[in-house]
Ligand binder design. Structure first.
Ligand code: SER
Length: 339
């Protein structure tokens, strides 16, 4: 008999660590956690088995398929937006090819279990591409259907992977004699920038917010790489993890879309700096604009409309801007850096 498990890829990433801790806290111990590197000590005791390997390794996928009965897949492995611009081919390979492999694994599992396998895919505000700052200013909070014209490799990868997920769920091999659709239950969230008190992201373009805060807490000088008036939506990591678990538990009948926007607050870089300085008044936070990364952030929306998530699966963030700092970020960050 195959072992019953939940599969998480990208386990060592910021989101993977948070999700594994959350699932474990809620009584799920049968997690197989996949990553390129040995699992971080903070999660290694919370999983049933680590799998050190690459999502592009098809024979590893076959091995996993043979060994486990997978009840849900959380496919988090990805190259983030800044890194993807430096290595577009690798980004495509991992962000698209990896997702294709995991969706194929889900179909195999669904066929052998005779049911649809819940599949979570983290998408991003990077799927949006606002043509210029004037449009960004006037567009306001944008819906899932607006401005889906990404300018980055990462954004292109994410929007295509969203489409792939829907295709695997609804139309997979639609001309085959045997109907192969319906074996994947694809659910996706377009995350805004995420701020964690516990970890700092690597290779993202929304990283100016967590970098600014963590540097201030550590007593290090920081130069923000975007203009003061730059605005995109953000949320805390615990809210992001809660959202995943809410969406994955939602009744399928209530889901009117496969991909949902969510957001919690949308500060400007100035507001982030002022808030950070209110807790760390001695911090030195300057500005050294990276025109190229600025252009990427300028193409992302100032805010997004999360009303469908609110209606369909009761999305509601715990942390607004004030609470994020007062009750989550500052208490945890000061404990971590011992300040
Ligand atoms: N936060 C991500 C990044 O900056 C976007 O999803 O790449």
């Amino acid at each position: 008999m195959r072992k019953k498990v939940i599969l998480i890829t990208g386990a060592n990433g910021e989101m993977g660590r948070g999700l594994i801790a959350d699932l474990y806290r809620n009584g799920t111990s049968s997690i197989i956690a996949m990553d390129l590197q040995t699992l971080d000590a903070s999660i290694s005791n919370k999983v049933m088995e680590p799998i050190i390997g690459n999502v592009l390794d098809k024979s590893l996928m076959e091995q996993i398929n043979g060994e486990y009965e997978i009840s849900a897949i959380y496919h988090l492995a990805a190259l983030l937006s800044t890194r993807a611009e430096f290595s577009p081919q690798s980004a495509h390979d991992v962000n698209v090819g990896g997702t294709l492999n995991l969706l194929t694994l889900a179909v195999e599992q669904g066929r052998s279990q005779g049911k649809a396998i819940p599949f979570f895919f983290p998408s991003s505000i990077a799927v949006y591409g606002l043509p210029d700052l004037e449009t960004k200013k006037t567009a306001g909070a944008i819906t899932e259907a607006q401005f889906c014209t990404p300018e980055t490799m990462y954004g292109c990868n994410k929007i295509y992977a969203e489409l792939l997920g829907a295709y695997f769920e609804k139309n997979y091999q639609r001309l085959a004699a045997q109907n192969l659709s319906g074996f994947v239950d694809f659910r996706s969230i377009r995350f805004p920038g995420i701020i964690s008190a516990m970890t700092i992201p690597t290779g993202g373009t929304s990283d100016f917010a967590p970098e600014m805060l963590h540097s201030a807490a550590k007593g290090e000088n920081y130069n923000c790489f975007v203009r003061d008036d730059t605005q995109i939506p953000f949320m805390t990591m615990p809210d992001a993890i809660d959202a995943i678990s809410h969406l994955m538990r939602a009744n399928k009948e209530n889901l009117t879309q496969s991909v949902y926007n969510i957001r919690a607050f949308a500060p400007t870089a100035t507001e982030l700096r002022e808030k950070t300085l209110s807790f760390f008044p001695d911090a030195i936070i300057g500005t050294e604009i990276s025109e190229k990364r600025q252009a990427i952030v300028d193409s992302w929306p100032a805010d997004c409309d999360d009303s469908s998530a609110k209606t369909d699966w009761n999305w509601n963030p715990k942390h607004d801007f004030e609470k994020a700092f007062n009750t989550y970020l500052i208490p945890n960050i000061t404990a971590i850096y011992n300040v």
